[in-house]
Design a protein around this ligand. Structure first.
Ligand code: NAP
Length: 251
C-alpha cells in the first residue's frame, strides 16, 4: 500500500478525461489512465507525466473491468477517487450527416434500438459495472470520492421546461443515458451515505472534444474543473448532487 492517493479515470486517453487525469496528478495523485486501447492509454499517461500509469479498461467488457480492479488491488490496495468519465454520444452518425439530421433520426419514434442499447451499455451500465468492481477498493481508502460525468442535457427538470435550452435534443440515446447516470449517482450516494464515500455527478459544459466533433465552446481545462473539484471534496462536501461550475443543476 502506498501513501499517495490513487485515482482512476475511465476514458482518460483523450478529451476531458485526459485533462482530469492531468489535474489530479497535479494535486498529488497517482493517476490510472483508463483506456480501452492500451497503447493510446500509454501515450496519454506519458503526456500526464511520471505520476500516471495506463490501465486497459473497456467499461463494456466485464473481463477488462475485473482485470483492472485486480491490478489496482495488487499494486495499490485501495482507490481514493473514481471518475466515471468514459462515454459515447452516438454510434450511427456518419461523417456526411449534419447534427440536425442525426437528431431527426434519434427521436423516440425512430431511433434504432441497437443504437440506444450501445450508448447505454457504455454510458450507464459501464458506470455501474466499473463502480461495482471498484467499490471494494474504494472502501479501503480513508475518504473515497466517486464522480460520474453527466450532462445538463440529461436534466428532466430543464427538459420539462418548454423554454429549456436542450429540449430539442432530448432523445432516448445520449441525453436519456445521462438522465440514467444521474439516477445511478443518487442511488449510489444513498447506499454509500453512511460510509463517507461521496458520489456526485458533474456537467463539464459544452466542451470541444471528439464527442461533439470539436464543436464545443469550452476548453478541456474548463470542462475538467467541476469534476476535479468534486473529486477533491473534503469531509464537509456534499454527496448525491449534480452540478457544474456555476452551481447545482436540477435533476
Ligand atoms: P471524448 O473526448 O470523446 O472522450 C470520451 C472517452 O471515453 C474516450 O477516451 C473514449 O475512448 C472513452 N470511451 C468510450 N467508450 C469506452 C469504453 N467502452 N470503454 C472505455 N472508454 C471508452 O469525450 P469527452 O467530451 O471528453 O467526454 C468525457 C465525458 O464528459 C463523457 O462522459 C461525456 O458524456 C461528458 N460530457 C461531455 C460534454 C462535452 O461537451 N464534450 C458535455 C457534457 C458531458 P476512445 O478514445 O477509445 O474512443
Amino acid at each position: 500500500m502506498q501513501d499517495k492517493p490513487v485515482a482512476l479515470v475511465t476514458g482518460a486517453n483523450q478529451g476531458i478525461g485526459l485533462q482530469i487525469a492531468k489535474d489530479l496528478a497535479t494535486h498529488g495523485f497517482t493517476v490510472l489512465v483508463g483506456s480501452r486501447n492500451l497503447e493510446r492509454g500509454e501515450a496519454a499517461a506519458k503526456e500526464v507525466g511520471p505520476d500516471a500509469l495506463a490501465i486497459q479498461l473497456d467499461v463494456t467488457d466485464q473481463a477488462s473491468i475485473a482485470a483492472a480492479a485486480e491490478r489496482i488491488r495488487k499494486d495499490f490496495g485501495r482507490l481514493d477517487v473514481l471518475v466515471n468519465n468514459a462515454a459515447i454520444s452516438n454510434t450511427g452518425m456518419r461523417p456526411d450527416m449534419s447534427f440536425e439530421e442525426y437528431v431527426r433520426l434519434s427521436r423516440p419514434s425512430n431511433v434504432s434500438l441497437d443504437e440506444v442499447r450501445t450508448i447505454w451499455e457504455t454510458n450507464v451500465f459501464g458506470v455501474l459495472a466499473v463502480t461495482q468492481a471498484m467499490l471494494p477498493l474504494l472502501r479501503e481508502a480513508p475518504a473515497a470520492r466517486i464522480v460520474n460525468m453527466s450532462s445538463s442535457v440529461g436534466s428532466l427538470t430543464l427538459n420539462s421546461d418548454p423554454a429549456g435550452h436542450y429540449r430539442a435534443i432530448f432523445v432516448p440515446g445520449y441525453s436519456a443515458s445521462k438522465t440514467a447516470v444521474n439516477a445511478m449517482t443518487l442511488a449510489m450516494a444513498i447506499e454509500l451515505e453512511s460510509t463517507g464515500i461521496k458520489v456526485n455527478a458533474a456537467c463539464p459544459g459544452y466542451t470541444k472534444t471528439n464527442l461533439n466533433n470539436y464543436m464545443g465552446t469550452k476548453t478541456v481545462e474548463e470542462g475538467a474543473r467541476e469534476p476535479v473539484r468534486l473529486a477533491l471534496l473534503g469531509p464537509d462536501g456534499p454527496t448525491g448532487t449534480f452540478s457544474n461550475t456555476e452551481g447545482v443543476i436540477p435533476w
